[in-house]
Write a protein that binds this ligand. Structure first.
Ligand SMILES: [Zn+2]
Length: 76
C-alpha cells in the first residue's frame, strides 16, 4: 500500500509548474503566493469574465464614446 504515500501533484494554474498538493502549502493549487496573487490580479483587472457579472450593454458603450467625443470637441 505504498500508493497512499505518493504525494498528489497538480499543475499551477498560473505558471503550470508542478505543485505538491499538501496541507503544508497554503497557496495550493498555486506553486507560490506570487502566482496566487497574479491570478487574483488577473481577475481584478477584468482579463477574465466573472461569472454572473452582467456585460456592459452595447448602447451604453456607444453613449460613452459619444460623450467622450463631445467632451474632446468642447475642449478644442
Ligand atoms: Zn506558479
Amino acid at each position: 500500500m505504498n500508493q497512499t504515500q505518493r504525494p498528489l501533484e497538480v499543475a499551477c494554474p498560473e505558471c503550470s509548474k508542478k505543485v505538491v498538493w499538501s496541507e503544508k502549502n497554503p497557496d495550493r493549487p498555486f506553486c507560490s503566493e506570487r502566482c496566487r496573487l497574479l491570478d487574483l490580479g488577473a481577475w481584478a483587472d477584468g482579463n477574465r469574465r466573472i461569472a454572473g457579472e452582467p456585460a456592459m450593454d452595447e448602447t451604453e458603450i456607444d453613449e460613452m464614446i459619444m460623450r467622450a467625443e463631445r467632451g474632446l470637441q468642447d475642449s478644442e
